[in-house]
Design a protein around this ligand. Structure first.
Ligand code: MN
Length: 412
C-alpha cells in the first residue's frame, strides 16, 4: 500500500497505521487520523461520504473524546480504519480534485492534539520481571528480589484517572512527605527524586457487566488499542508512603500519554512470543498463541537548552505478563471494565542496563548518574527537563508508531 500523501520513511504514521486521535484548531475539535505529517479530519470525511455504508451517528466525530466512537464496537471501528486506508491510497477516493481538501487535510503543525479519551478508571500493572527484580534487589534483597506472589499473577494497583494528561502538558514538580535526615520523622518538601516510568497502556474498547469475567481468549475483543504511557513517580514520596497499601501521592500527581490510539489491528503483524513463564500459572491465566508485541521503545531526556540524551532503548516484548493475562486477572473476580479505561503495563525494563525503564534503575539508585550535553549529571529529573518517549514497530518495510509522549517538569 502507498498513500498519495507523502510519508517519510521514518514516520510513525504510514498507511499501515491509521491511529485515532482528537485534534483542536481554533473553533474546531474533531476526531482525526494522521498520515505522514497530515491530519485527516474524520468528521469532514464523514460529511463528504467517505464512510457511506458504515453505520455511524452523524455527530460521532465531533464529540470531544473517542469513547462513543470506540463503543460502537470493532465491527464499526475496524471498518472505518480500513475505509480510511483505502481512500488514502494512491488512486483512492480522496486522491481526487472532487473534494475541497483544505477542510479534510490539515498540517500537523497547525493543530493541537488533545487527550482523546474520557478515562473512567486507570490501573497500573507491575509486569516486567526485570523491573520488579531490579526494584526488589535495590529495596529488599537481591537474593529474594521477587515477592512470592509475583510469578503467580500480574500484580497491579488502581491508579488515578483524573491526572492523566496528553503529551506536551507541563507537569509541576510535586510536594509531599519525605524522609530527609530523620529516618522516622518526615518533612513536607518538594520531591528530589522525580522519575519517569516507561510504559505502554491499553485502552478498553468494550464494557463488561459487574460479575462478568473476560478470558485470555476473549481479551483482545475488549482491547481497542495502545498508547505510550509515562507513569511519573516521586521516589522519595513513594518510599515513605507505600507500606502497606501501595503507591498513592508519589504517583497520582500526573501520568502522560501519547495522543494517538494505535489499534490492535495495526499492531497485529508485530506479534511475538513473550518470555517463557517459569511457574505454571492457574488455568485462568493460561493463553494460546502469540500475545506479546515487538515494539521498540526509547526514552530521551532533554535539558532546557541542550540536546536530547538517550537513556533507554527498550522493547514492549520484554513483558513477562501479557495484556490478555492482565485483563483476565483484572476481571477474574467480576470487576467490570468500561470503554475508555486505561491499563498500563508497568515499567518496561529489559535484561541489560541500557534497556531499563526508569531513572531509579538506569542510575541504580543514583550511583551511576547520566551525563547531559551541558556537562551536568542526572540522577533523577530536574526542573526544565523534558522526558521524551517514543515507540514504533517495524517489519519488512512496514512501520507503525505512536507519536510523541513528552512531558516537561516545572518548578514545584
Ligand atoms: Mn508504573
Amino acid at each position: 500500500m502507498k498513500s498519495f500523501i507523502e510519508v517519510a520513511k521514518e514516520s510513525d504514521f504510514s498507511i499501515y497505521n491509521i491511529p485515532f486521535g482528537i485534534y483542536n484548531k481554533g473553533e474546531v475539535t474533531a476526531a482525526c487520523t494522521r498520515i505522514g505529517d497530515t491530519i485527516v479530519d474524520l468528521d469532514k470525511c464523514l460529511k463528504v461520504g467517505v464512510f457511506n455504508g458504515i453505520d455511524l451517528p452523524s455527530d460521532v466525530f465531533l464529540r470531544p473524546v473517542l469513547n462513543d466512537f470506540i463503543a460502537l464496537g470493532k465491527n464499526v471501528t475496524s471498518a472505518v480504519r480500513l475505509r480510511l486506508q483505502d481512500v488514502l491510497q494512491q488512486g483512492g477516493a480522496l486522491d481526487s480534485d472532487k473534494y475541497e481538501k483544505s477542510g479534510i487535510f490539515i498540517s500537523k503543525d497547525l493543530v493541537r492534539m488533545l487527550l482523546p479519551l474520557h478515562v473512567g478508571d486507570y490501573t497500573d500493572f507491575y509486569s516486567s520481571r526485570e523491573h520488579a527484580t531490579n526494584v526488589g534487589s535495590m529495596f529488599r534483597d537481591p537474593n529474594n528480589a521477587l515477592l512470592p506472589n509475583w510469578l503467580h499473577m500480574p500484580i497491579g494497583y488502581h491508579g488515578r484517572a483524573s491526572s492523566i494528561v496528553v503529551s506536551g502538558t507541563k507537569i509541576k514538580r510535586p510536594k509531599g512527605q519525605i524522609l530527609q535526615d530523620d529516618p522516622i520523622s518526615p518533612v513536607y518538601k518538594t520531591t528530589k527524586q522525580l522519575d519517569f516510568e516507561l510504559e505502554m497502556a491499553f485502552v478498553i474498547g468494550k464494557n463488561t457487566e459487574l460479575g462478568q469475567t473476560v478470558s485470555t481468549d476473549e481479551a483482545e475483543d475488549y482491547i481497542f488499542g495502545l498508547m505510550l504511557f509515562n507513569d511519573w513517580s516521586a521516589r522519595d514520596i513513594q518510599r515513605w508512603e507505600y507500606v502497606p497499601l501501595g503507591p498513592f501521592l508519589g504517583k497520582n500527581f500526573a501520568s502522560t500519554v501519547s495522543p494517538w490510539i494505535v489499534t490492535l489491528e495495526a499492531l497485529e503483524p508485530f506479534k511475538i512470543a513473550g518470555p517463557e513463564q517459569e511457574v505454571k500459572v492457574l488455568p485462568y491465566l493460561e493463553f494460546n498463541g502469540l500475545k506479546n508485541y515487538d515494539i521498540h521503545l526509547s526514552v530521551d531526556i532533554m535539558e532546557p537548552y541542550g540536546e536530547p540524551v538517550r537513556v533507554s532503548t527498550s522493547n514492549f516484548k520484554y513483558m513477562y505478563w501479557n495484556m490478555c493475562q492482565q485483563l483476565a486477572h483484572h476481571t477474574v473476580n467480576g470487576c467490570n471494565i468500561r470503554v475508555g479505561d486505561m491499563m498500563a503495563s508497568g515499567t518496561i525494563s529489559g535484561p541489560t542496563p541500557d534497556t531499563y525503564g526508569s531513572m531509579l534503575e538506569i542510575t541504580w539508585r543514583g550511583t551511576k548518574p547520566v551525563l547531559m550535553t551541558d556537562g551536568s549529571e542526572r540522577r533523577f529529573i530536574n526542573n526544565g527537563d523534558t522526558v521524551k518517549m517514543r515507540g514504533w514497530a517495524e517489519k519488512e518495510g512496514v512501520r507503525v508508531g505512536f507519536g510523541p509522549c513528552d512531558g516537561t517538569i516545572l518548578q514545584g
